[in-house]
Design a protein around this ligand. Sequence first.
Ligand code: BDR
Ligand code: CA
Length: 312
Amino acid sequence: MPRKVILDVDPGIDDAVAVAMALFDPRLEVLAVTASGGNVAPEQATANLQALVGILDPPRLPRLGAAPTDTSWPAKPFNMHGADGLGGIDLPRARLHGGHASEKVIWETFHAHPREVTFVALAPLTNLSRVLARDPAIVEVVGEVVVAGGTAHGVGNATPAVDFNFYCDPQAARHVVREPMAKTLVPLDTTGHVTFGFDLLEQLPRESSRAGAILRAMLPHAFRAHRQLLGSEGISLHDVVALVAVTNPELFERSTVAADVETGGELTAGMLVVDRRTVRQWRPNLDLLTACDTAAVKDCILRGLAAAGAGT
Ligand code: BDR
Ligand code: CA
């Protein structure tokens, strides 16, 4: 039985790669893909998602959610994804069916399949937090939540201590982390261990496939941005590693921890705080994926990309 998922994304290059892989993975039934602001403004995130799914034309079309436009975001410290979020590839706009708000799509999808749906958060946690705020009882029907966010050892990317997703909406991150649902956090330190060199560009699906054309257009920008902004020759695809944590959890080391999110600190807003005292005072509330088999995860990603290319 394929696993039912909602992908919540702010595309973003790594989000887009994760969407392409997930839509052609027979182990997943992608019921919905919902947009959020983050890497790009909400309107752009929605447009990117619609264009991506329209071009990929997967065998089974998920419901799509539009990002809320009444949100405000802290200043972006830098931009890894280009002005349009997808490395400036200028995807033709496509307006797909629906156009309902992400919150509505998430709420309806959880209720349509009580306790069966995994929410895969690859963006700031704004959408899920808003659903929880409107209907706190929804926790009863949520299956599991897997989040790309937080840092286990306090080394961030948006700020010294905070990853981009938690940085964008610390209150939402705290809200979700505190809710009584099954949660798995794939922190930046774990996703960041999986890096790809330039040889990735030679291993992408053929240009004539739809997924191949998008990936081949988008990923060179990721290499340029990593070199110019981070001084790194390799690239990380954080959201893609988080997706592999859903499809191949056996490749990750897991530790159940008691954690919360700082919301007020001038330097630390959005920081994941884990109670590591010898005598723990907080209750365990989530699973933290502390490490992974990087070679095996890379292998899964390459196979996932090939499958996306073969499907299109
Ligand atoms: C997160 O930041 C974003 O830029 C990526 O898409 C990923 O979701 C990693 O901190
Ligand atoms: Ca993202």
